[in-house]
Design a protein around this ligand. Structure first.
Ligand code: HRO
Length: 315
């Protein structure tokens, strides 16, 4: 069974990795997922300086997923840069960047370019949890400005992490902007921003920051994630690959992300719930699904989602 993949000029032994934010802030967590059955790993989104993030409790499991308002706690760019240098790189490592301003993103990227890091860059345009800071990916003009400046000097393999979109015109507008730049990939989707969960026993919100509003992850968001993966797969230049992220808890979920056009699939909430053993289970389950359906490699079905008419030709 061949589950290998290629992205940003690198080879991947299979297609499953962590999502930024899940089990990837400290050296201990990063080494744990690096040595687990991951095809690659991505770091927690970082800023130039270390940050404490929002007050706790700021992450919780809810019935079908998770709610978080972490507020970008991280150990700072240099820590993650050093981690990449130290790790024996037998699998690709992504560094996720989430500067609080355009200038901060450019400064971090400049440093990474100067040091010729071996990491792939995932530029996060979609953190929903910073009080007073809008999600860049929902401001189309701003996104264009960011990409214009980034690609005025960047030579590293780079992609962007997008927020979920919900309107066809927004997919088209964003794809038209992204298609102007030499992006290697887009990651769809970040959490669904500013959701609210209420504890039915106490009529109370369940996380402390922002009156309980936080990013929604897990099974709640799989249909939205699949829709975003497939729309961008259809609308982007073939040179821009899609990384799927959102709601995968089984091998079948991974398979469906691939069917929608994803080249790799990231695991967030389910990694938080199950720990790094999740990757072994998901890879095994993916291979079982492929076997049942008679496939021996991912190329045979990636992006080959069938539309209703194809399955019902005479109606
Ligand atoms: O740290 C966070 O609060 C956070 C970030 Cl940066 C993000 O991109 N997505 C998310 O759900 N939480």
């Amino acid at each position: 069974m061949n589950c290998t993949a290629q992205l940003a000029g690198k080879k991947f032994n299979h297609v499953i990795m962590n999502a930024s934010g899940a089990h990837c802030m400290t050296a201990e967590q990063l080494y744990e997922i690096y040595h687990a059955d991951t095809a690659a790993i991505v770091t927690k989104s970082c800023t130039l300086q270390p940050r404490q993030g929002n007050p706790e409790p700021r992450y919780t499991e809810i019935p079908l997923g998770s709610l978080n308002s972490m507020g970008l706690p991280n150990l700072g760019l240099h820590f993650y840069q050093n981690f990449v240098q130290e790790a024996q790189q037998d699998k690709p490592i992504f560094i996720s960047l989430a500067g609080l301003s355009l200038e901060e993103n450019l400064e971090m990227l400049q440093q990474l370019n100067q040091h010729s890091t071996t990491a792939i860059i995932e530029l996060n345009l979609s953190c929903p949890n910073l009080p007073g800071k809008p999600q860049t990916g929902y401001d189309f003009q701003r996104t264009q400005q960011v990409l214009e400046q980034v690609f005025s000097f960047n030579k590293l393999p780079l992609g962007v992490k997008l927020p979920p979109y919900f309107d066809i015109i927004h997919f088209e507008q964003m794809a038209a902007i992204l298609n102007q730049y030499p992006l290697q990939f887009v990651t769809c989707i970040n959490s669904i921003g500013n959701a609210l969960h209420i504890d039915p026993a106490t009529d109370t919100t369940v996380i402390r920051p922002k009156n309980g509003f936080g990013g929604l992850g897990g099974q709640y968001i799989k249909p939205t994630a699949l829709a975003n993966v497939h729309q961008f797969y259809r609308l982007l230049n073939p040179s821009i690959q899609v990384i799927g992220c959102g709601g995968a808890t089984t091998g079948l979920d991974i398979y469906q992300h691939l069917l929608c056009g994803a080249s790799l699939v990231q695991i967030g909430t389910q990694l938080m719930i199950e720990g790094p053993g999740v990757f072994t289970r998901l890879l095994q389950e993916l291979q079982e699904v492929m076997q049942e359906k008679g496939y021996t490699s991912i190329d045979q079905f990636r992006g080959k989602l069938k539309y209703w008419e194809q399955q019902n030709p005479t109606t």
